[in-house]
Design a protein around this ligand. Structure first.
Ligand SMILES: *Cc1c(COP(=O)(O)O)cnc(C)c1O
Length: 408
């Protein structure tokens, strides 16, 4: 009989969202008239920008025309898209990133998991707690951890707690780690990182020969001009950081699928024989072998994000969600709750009142107000006592959910 990858048996079987669905379904069955509002899931709700749709319609027509038809494209993505990204997302911010250091993919979720293909087995890996669960689970699958304890912490990982006490920004580890996952603006807490804070991480990484895996999926939500959008705005980051970006949250591509990963050619890792190897070469080889590129149509849609109309429409989209976040923050504060995030991020991180556990607060909100959020404990042990509300919803739903919570 075929042997399985036993590491999968260590996984805490996708507990969070199935458990939310189970509780919501049970409540809906018992209360068929309840109008449940879901502010739980991190998925966008507003339609694709017109500029992206126009570009994709035109690309479909290209595919029906022998002269413009496209078969397989470059595994790394079309050069015109990589150039638009290098110019607009990086060079315009003073980051010296070239198009050939940019790899187009069908998602940052996949890339943050797949990147482990190019790293060895014996790395010490640090994650924040709470954390985007993909970083942890993909390391479990790759056999980089032992078993989980009763709190859900995996043996072998270094957990860096984040809470109100440290402004939801982790302290540097007091040991040397090889890989560090950072996500700013943060999912789930909505926290942001200053240049000074990221400089401490870059200095640490250079001093310890670590690689920072920087997830910038929410950079478009930064409105504070002093905050960095890219890790490469930090001096020295090109020697120690890989950056993940996505069109999912800025342009609403969660169902369209397009993202990118930046692997600077200056990044190196160590081989078994002690020699230093360029990570770029390994990632290029990995993508060329296991990936066949993103659809031409979708890449044309992504390119339109950088057109003047696309830029204006994306700004409007992001501002729409940020206004939702502002309403959530203000109304919850009026309701006497303590809230964090939701300023340069689409997530509001709420302290549960009266010492309630994350799940008790979940049940209370579901039963009293018919509003669904995400228990903080689902993102890690240190998320206990917190709750995530997402600004990805219609204005109508956000206002109605807040009206209910405020008892008006
Ligand atoms: C939504 C999200 C992404 C984007 O994932 P895609 O696969 O590109 O849709 C990446 N990282 C975090 C933390 C996210 O919340």
């Amino acid at each position: 009989m075929a042997r399985i990858n036993d590491n999968y048996l260590k996984l805490k079987a996708g507990y969070l969202f199935p458990e939310i669905a189970r509780r919501v379904n049970a409540f809906a069955q018992a209360n068929p008239d309840a109008k449940i509002i879901k502010l739980g899931i991190g998925d966008v709700t507003e339609p694709l920008p017109q500029a992206c749709r126009n570009a994709m319609v035109k690309a479909v027509e290209d595919m029906g025309d022998r002269a413009n038809f496209k078969g397989y494209g470059p595994e790394q993505g079309y050069l015109w898209l990589r150039e638009a990204i290098a110019t607009n997302d990086f060079q315009a911010r003073g980051c010296d990133i070239s198009p050939d250091e940019i790899f187009i993919s069908d998602g940052s979720k996949c890339d943050t998991g797949n990147i482990l293909d190019i790293f060895g087995k014996d790395n010490k890996i640090a994650v924040t707690d709470p954390v985007y669960p993909v970083y942890v689970d993909t390391n479990v699958m790759a056999g980089h951890t032992g078993e989980a304890n009763e709190k859900g912490e995996y043996e072998g990982l270094v957990y860096l707690p984040i809470s109100a006490e440290n402004d939801f920004t982790a302290e540097l580890p007091n040991e040397a780690v090889d890989l560090i996952y950072l996500c700013f603006p943060n999912n789930p807490t909505g926290a942001t990182a200053t240049k000074e804070y990221l400089q401490k991480w870059v200095d640490y990484a250079k001093a310890n020969d670590s690689i920072i895996l920087f997830d910038a999926a929410y950079e478009a939500f930064i409105t504070d001009p002093t905050l960095p959008h890219s890790i490469y705005e930090i001096e020295g980051a090109k020697e120690c950081a890989i950056e993940f970006r996505s069109f999912s949250k800025n342009a609403g591509f969660t169902g369209t699928r397009c993202a990118l990963t930046v692997v600077p050619k200056t990044l190196k890792g160590k081989a078994n024989d002690g020699s230093e190897v360029e990570l770029w070469k390994l990632w290029n080889r990995r993508q060329s072998t296991k990936f066949n590129g993103v659809s031409y149509i979708v890449q044309r849609g992504a390119e339109a994000v950088y057109s003047p109309e696309g830029k204006a429409q994306i700004k409007e989209l992001v501002n729409f969600y940020l206004e939702n976040a502002k309403i959530i923050r203000e109304e919850l504060t009026k309701a006497g709750l303590t809230v964090y995030g939701g300023v340069n991020a689409p997530y509001v991180w709420v302290k549960t009142p009266d010492g309630l556990s994350s799940w008790d607060f979940f049940d209370k909100l579901l039963h009293n107000d018919n509003v669904v959020g995400t228990p903080g404990s689902g993102f890690g042990a240190a998320g206990e006592g917190y709750f995530r509300l997402s600004a990805f919803n219609s204005r109508e739903n956000v206002i109605e959910a807040m009206r209910r919570i405020n008892g008006k």
